[in-house]
Write a protein that binds this ligand. Sequence first.
Ligand SMILES: Nc1ncnc2c1ncn2[C@@H]1O[C@H](COP(=O)(O)OP(=O)(O)O)[C@@H](O)[C@H]1O
Ligand SMILES: C=C(OP(=O)(O)O)C(=O)O
Ligand SMILES: [K+]
Ligand SMILES: [Mg+2]
Length: 447
Amino acid sequence: MEDISKYRKTKILVTMGPSIERDFSKISDIIDGVRFNMSHAPKAEILEFLEILNKKNISKLMDLKGNKIRIKEVNRDKLFENERVIFGKDIVPNYMPKCIEKGHRILINDGKVVLIVENIENDQIIAKVIVGGILIKNMGVNLPESCFPSTISKEDIENIKFAIENDFEYLALSFVRTKEEIENLKDVIRFYGGKCSVIAKIETKEGLKNISEILDVSDGVMIARGDLGVEIPIEYLPTIQKDIIKLANEKGKLVITATQMLDSMVNNPYPTRAEVTDIANAIFDGTDCLMLSNETTIGKYPIESVKTLDRVSRVSECDISKHRKEFHFEKKTVYAGIAYAVDALYRNLNPKIVITPTTSGKTPLRISKFRFNSPIIALAPTQIVFRKLRLIWGVIPHKIDEIGDVDEVLLISREIAKELVKSGIYIVTLGHPKGEKKTNVIKVENI
Ligand SMILES: Nc1ncnc2c1ncn2[C@@H]1O[C@H](COP(=O)(O)OP(=O)(O)O)[C@@H](O)[C@H]1O
Ligand SMILES: C=C(OP(=O)(O)O)C(=O)O
Ligand SMILES: [K+]
Ligand SMILES: [Mg+2]
């Protein structure tokens, strides 16, 4: 481990795609995670990057299609206002929702093209074009008023197997509406012997309505502002973002804020004032991770986008305690109690670092919720947890062979502390006795 002041606390996740692939080596030391969007990424692309990602210990997130609807076939390349088309014949989606009804909206290409279901006759869905525009195969379709079956497709299952075989740290599920979908995904992961964490992408009204129970069964959440901004009136996004981040933190879950963080940089080498302010506000709200999509997949300035995110994050986070809000865990557990106690010690003693050995990664995640200016050094005995920790705010993961007894952990911690800080107080969380996979002791140490 090097100089701790070099580490950024806010984590950066980028979507892999043609733009960033060409110059990947220029950002591989800046980013913390890579997302492969299975709606676009070929498996060959993933295989090509596995080696470098693992070498750099970059966290790998596979974004499963889930219930995302896209245009499978289309018999025209443009729609005109007031025109009528048959949804399912002129525009064929990859699958039909169950309960599409008269009056429901059909939104295409992030809501740019708008149709309304005018009539359903002999199973034919006749829709009137309200706002016309271009149609291309594979464009996303949103049906905000219609409901869907909660299934994981055969293709999703193939992708999950592939993710497990290739040691992905995270699996994200698109268009989650109910907790059962996450539970199903977890069953599939368990069935194939996987250890990936599960991220629920919140991008529909129903997902929002069920957010509390969805979060209870997930390891983390992605605020998927792209689709969410189409499925709900866009003016609700800011408060929803704040509410989701707060709830995720109170439940001790990972939170990723995604989409259009630097949208103008798809075409320009510099950001707008509004974008840099949005990045900073997401950090002040308490996001762990910021994600780039179009900026790094099809954008003209992928490197500049990553560097901008890096610079803005560093400046915004540097005195995070100033932006700290009253914070409480939802559940009063031993785990929460330990985290509160570390926070109380932190505020009174101002330690240089906090060291947390962890088997699941949950202890550093919970402690990180208090947003210290000092880093949390998380000691991980497994490769997968080590890399999962890269996406947690303020955490510097450190790989160890195994978590020994209290004396052994204190010895390793002292060596690490000596290397990282010359003198001063540091805090170590511990599990006693050895093998107890629970954090139940805190030691205040001094060099
Ligand atoms: N791995 C990839 N290979 C090729 N093109 C990609 C890849 N990932 C994304 N893209 C392109 O970048 C666009 C934006 O990416 P993303 O935000 O992940 O997808 P979308 O907005 O379609 O859900 C996609 O619509 C697609 O055209
Ligand atoms: C992250 C999102 O999902 P995707 O890019 O897969 O549409 C989003 O909708 O904001
Ligand atoms: K997706
Ligand atoms: Mg989406």
